[in-house]
Write a protein that binds this ligand. Structure first.
Ligand code: SAM
Length: 284
């Protein structure tokens, strides 16, 4: 199957939500020196030129990264959004927003000599793009053309003291929601302190609710979730919001992200909102 191509959606509001969360998560983890294994189970291409035909076709970045870019002079340099935009600016040619980086770039840029990064991408074409990016040849970065969830299950436990995972499927198949739950349960059994960021879409069908309920029922402790809602859910198809689930977040990151996403929401659409919620399992 594998019909999904992220280039059609690159830089949209959900990417900004996810990558701002990922950026600050990595920064928080890197306050300690001990080595981290990073795993990106659904990597995509790495860098997306915004002028590409696919990206222009839907133009979703206009309601995402472009809005944030236009507001950038308003941000305090030391704020999460200010810091994120500054990092984004290092990839641009001057004041023009020409490309948008995907998760492999955000993770690859943050990699320290003691860390490693494994990128899974199953789609042969997308994997080829990833292989052509300059970050792919860097020390400590490994690429696999393989199923990301199965690959992650095989990788754990890791040899480094810490593990940080991004799980970002396209959810083209309904079964992916259950596969995410199953994989998280297996990973948490082997690495209890693993820090995992899961992205999920808010769709009218509401399958994410079942996924969250199944995770709670499975006894996964310390779950924080953030949902950025762009508009009211309509009866028809279409993503109305973006969800992030964070397992074992570093101390105070929840508060920091809550504030940053609260500032981000009104930049993206009139009436857009953000909410977050903790779920701490029994015995924790
Ligand atoms: N994580 C990327 C980012 O934040 O920039 C975006 C990833 S996109 C939502 C999902 C990607 O997963 C697509 O590139 C798709 O080809 C890939 N994919 C689909 N099924 C996969 C699987 N079973 N294992 C690994 N990658 C898969």
């Amino acid at each position: 199957m594998l019909a999904y191509q992220h280039a059609y959606h690159a830089g949209n509001f959900a990417d900004v939500h996810k990558h701002l969360g990922l950026f600050r998560l990595v920064q928080a983890l890197e306050r300690k020196a001990s080595a981290i294994s990073f795993v990106d189970t659904h990597a995509g291409r790495g860098i997306y030129p915004l002028a590409a035909t696919e990206t222009q076709k839907l133009g979703e970045y206009r309601q995402g990264v472009e809005r944030v870019w236009q507001c950038r002079r308003r941000f305090e340099a030391s704020s999460p959004l200010g810091d994120w935009v500054q990092r984004l600016a290092t990839l641009q040619n001057g004041a023009e927003l020409g490309c948008y980086p995907g998760s492999p770039w955000w993770l690859g840029e943050a990699l320290r000599p003691q860390d490693r990064l494994t990128l899974f991408e199953l789609h042969p074409g997308e994997h080829r793009f990833l292989a052509e990016q300059r970050l792919a040849g860097r020390a400590g970065i490994y690429r696999r053309q393989a199923d990301g969830l199965a690959g992650l299950r095989k990788l754990v436990p890791v040899s480094t003291p810490r593990l940080c995972v991004l799980i970002d499927p396209s959810y083209e198949r309904k079964a992916e929601y259950d596969e995410v739950v199953e994989t998280l349960c297996q990973v948490m059994r082997k690495v209890r302190h693993a820090v995992v960021l899961v992205w999920y879409p808010l769709l009218p069908a509401g399958r994410h609710q079942t996924m969250l309920a199944n995770l709670r029922a499975a006894g996964i402790p310390k779950l924080w979730r953030s949902e950025l809602t762009l508009r009211e859910p309509a009866a028809e198809r279409g993503m109305y919001g973006s969800g992030l689930l964070l397992l074992n977040p570093p101390w105070q990151l929840d508060q920091e992200l809550d504030q940053a996403f609260g500032e981000l929401a009104p930049m993206l659409a009139e009436g857009a909102s953000h909410r977050s919620e903790w779920w701490v399992g029994e015995n924790h």
